[in-house]
Ligand binder design. Structure first.
Ligand SMILES: [Zn+2]
Length: 207
C-alpha cells in the first residue's frame, strides 16, 4: 500500500505476483504500469458466485473486437455485463487472446523447476480471498502487445506501453478482481511480452 486518502487506497502488486480486490458495484478499479511495458493479466468474478467470471471470448462477439476498447462493456460467460472499460490510458495496447501463463508454458520453453505464473498467481490470490477456484478463465491482458495478421498469424511485437500508462474499469456488479503482474521473463524469439529488464510492479487502486 503506498498512498491513502479519503476515498482511494493505492496498492502495489509486486513484480511477478498477483492480488485480489473486492470492487463493489459502481466502484472503479484503476491499474497502472508505473515503469511501463508490464503485462497485467486481469480476471473478474461475480462476488456472489465465483463460478461466474469475466469471459474475453464471450465479450468478443458483443463488442465485435478481439481487443478491449474504451467504453466497451465486458461480459461474463453467462453474457451478463460485469465491467465497463471506462478509461484507456494505454493507447489501446491490450490483448484478449493469450491464455494466462502457467507452469507448463514455461516448461514448454525449456524452463526447469518452478516458475511463477499468472495462473498460479490467480489461484493464490483467490485462495487468500477464501474463494478457491478450479479453472483459469481467459484473462483480459492489459498492456500486452499482440496483433493478428491478415493471414491469421498471431504476433507479439515489443511492448511499447509507456511508464504511467493505466486503465480504469467500472464494476457493474459486485466483483472480486484479480490483477497479476505477468512473470514472463524468458527470451523467446518474437514474444517479449514484458520490458527487457523483466517483470515490474503494478499499481492498483479501487475507489
Ligand atoms: Zn503471465
Amino acid at each position: 500500500m503506498v498512498r491513502t486518502d479519503a476515498v482511494t487506497t493505492e496498492h502495489i502488486v509486486p513484480p511477478a505476483e498477483g492480488r485480489a480486490y473486492r470492487v463493489q458495484k459502481g466502484a472503479h478499479i484503476r491499474i497502472e504500469t508505473p515503469y511501463g511495458a508490464q503485462a497485467a493479466d486481469f480476471f473478474a468474478f461475480n462476488a456472489e458466485n465465483v463460478e461466474e467470471c469475466l469471459s474475453a471470448n464471450h465479450t468478443w462477439v458483443t463488442t465485435f473486437n478481439v481487443k478491449p476498447r474504451e467504453d466497451d462493456t465486458l461480459i461474463s460467460q453467462f453474457r451478463r455485463p460485469m465491467l465497463k472499460f471506462s478509461k484507456d490510458g494505454a493507447n489501446g495496447v491490450h490483448d484478449m487472446m493469450i491464455a494466462a501463463c502457467d507452469q507448463f508454458r514455461y516448461e514448454f520453453f525449456g524452463h526447469v523447476g518452478h516458475h511463477a505464473s499468472c495462473a498460479e498467481n490467480l489461484h493464490i490470490a483467490m485462495r487468500r480471498m477464501g474463494q478457491p477456484i478450479n479453472s483459469v478463465p481467459q484473462p483480459v491482458n492489459f498492456f500486452t502487445n499482440t496483433r493478428i495478421e491478415e493471414d491469421g498469424s498471431f504476433v507479439s511485437p515489443p511492448n511499447p506501453v509507456s511508464p504511467g500508462a493505466f486503465v480504469e474499469l467500472e464494476a457493474l456488479i459486485d466483483l472480486i478482481c484479480v490483477v497479476s503482474s505477468c512473470p514472463f521473463d524468458l527470451e523467446v524469439d518474437g514474444w517479449p511480452i514484458n520490458a527487457e529488464g523483466g517483470p515490474s510492479e503494478l499499481l492498483v487502486s479501487v475507489s
